[in-house]
Design a protein around this ligand. Structure first.
Ligand SMILES: Cc1ncc(C[n+]2csc(CCOP(=O)(O)OP(=O)(O)O)c2C)c(N)n1
Ligand SMILES: [Mg+2]
Length: 333
């Protein structure tokens, strides 16, 4: 059984540096998108950082993570080189999927990050499958399976909860309830808004936590991860969080008011972490500036790496694909 970690000064300082980096990294990605250096879709994690920061602290080496398309910073949190994530966003051959996956398809088996899935809810059964594999092999790992509030309306979610309970799988389902599925609020898509209660129908342990606070996240996720690792099966958690930016880059945001966004900005997770650091005197102003400078430098390094990398060669289009050799329309060179 893993020991519960104390949320020390060092944890707070690390949270601040990492969360700030994720935010600034994606702010830069959004600027590059406007310059058309990043194309296709781009869904930002802006506002939800505490969910990731608190979860990662509850994970042990070898535990797995899988999520939807809001997936740029999760692999970074698990140790993937952020320069390669920026390169992937820019479609360069040095990217994590050799520039052929782009924004929604980050992946690193080496770092136990299993994507990056564009089909809403598509990752939910896959997360249970990863947990099934660990249980089958007798490994003591846990799979954290993330999804949005919109994904819980998919049939696959309910089928997976049923199977996960039936097979007593070492999986934690975490719904990142940011209030909206594209432009549809939770209240407009169901007659109930306490998403975590969907676990009750399957007798799955379930609860919610403050997803704007990494410390509250850690408490909830740690308990669920321990339950899974001890052989006591899955948990459904609902993180109550918020995204400040639009669903993707093209979103006029007519479905919410500016005041609502401003209210959530008052409880911004990164500002809250910084305030704790200042209140508890974990760092002085100069040390905080040093952290901010390191973040700025690393973002620049990522962009430079992406800019200087090459686009994939033409022949790369025929590589890393599943193809039937005698398929009539595709000529393998
Ligand atoms: C099966 C499927 N249906 C519809 C879509 C289009 N779509 C993309 S994102 C999205 C909203 C999902 O919202 P939510 O699950 O709350 O995640 P969030 O974007 O808020 O993180 C929809 C409907 C899709 N990608 N896949
Ligand atoms: Mg949502």
């Amino acid at each position: 059984m893993a020991k519960k970690k104390k949320i020390t000064k060092n944890v707070y300082l690390q949270w601040y540096e990492e969360m700030l980096f994720w935010r600034k990294f994606e702010d830069k990605a959004s600027a590059l998108y406007i310059q058309q250096k990043i194309r296709g879709f781009l869904h930002l994690y802006n506002g939800q950082e505490a969910v990731l920061a608190g979860s990662v602290l509850a994970m042990e080496k070898g535990d797995k993570m899988i999520t939807g398309y809001r997936n740029h910073v999760q692999p970074i949190a698990l140790g993937v080189d952020p320069r390669r994530i920026m390169a992937e966003l820019m479609g360069k051959e040095t990217g994590t999927s050799k520039g052929k996956g782009g924004s929604m398809h980050m992946f690193s088996k080496e770092h136990h990050f299993y994507g990056g899935h564009g089909i809403v809810g598509g990752q939910i059964p896959l997360g249970a499958g990863l947990a099934f594999a660990d249980k089958y092999k007798g490994d003591k790992y846990v799979t954290l399976t993330y999804m949005g509030d919109g994904a819980v309306r998919q049939g696959a979610f309910h089928e997976t909860l049923n199977m996960a309970m039936l097979y007593n799988l070492p999986v934690v389902f975490i719904v990142e309830n940011n209030g909206y599925a594209m432009g549809t609020s939770v209240a407009r898509s169901a007659n109930h808004t306490d998403i975590y209660k969907l676990g009750l129908g399957y007798e799955m342990p379930c609860s919610y936590f403050d997803g704007m606070d990494p410390s509250a996240t850690y408490d909830a996720v740690f308990e669920a991860v321990e339950r899974a690792r001890n052989g006591d099966g899955p948990t459904l958690l609902e993180a109550r969080t918020y995204r400040y930016k639009g669903h993707s880059m093209s979103d006029a945001q007519h479905y919410r008011t500016k005041d609502e966004v401003a209210d959530y900005q008052k409880i911004d997770p990164i500002n809250t972490v910084l305030k704790t650091i200042q209140d508890k005197k974990y760092a002085n102003e100069e040390e905080i500036k040093e952290i901010e400078q390191r973040v700025k430098d690393l973002v620049k390094e990522c962009v430079d790496f992406g800019e200087e990398s090459d686009f994939p060669k033409d022949e790369a289009i025929y590589q890393d694909i599943y193809a039937q050799e005698d398929y009539p329309f595709l000529k393998i060179q």
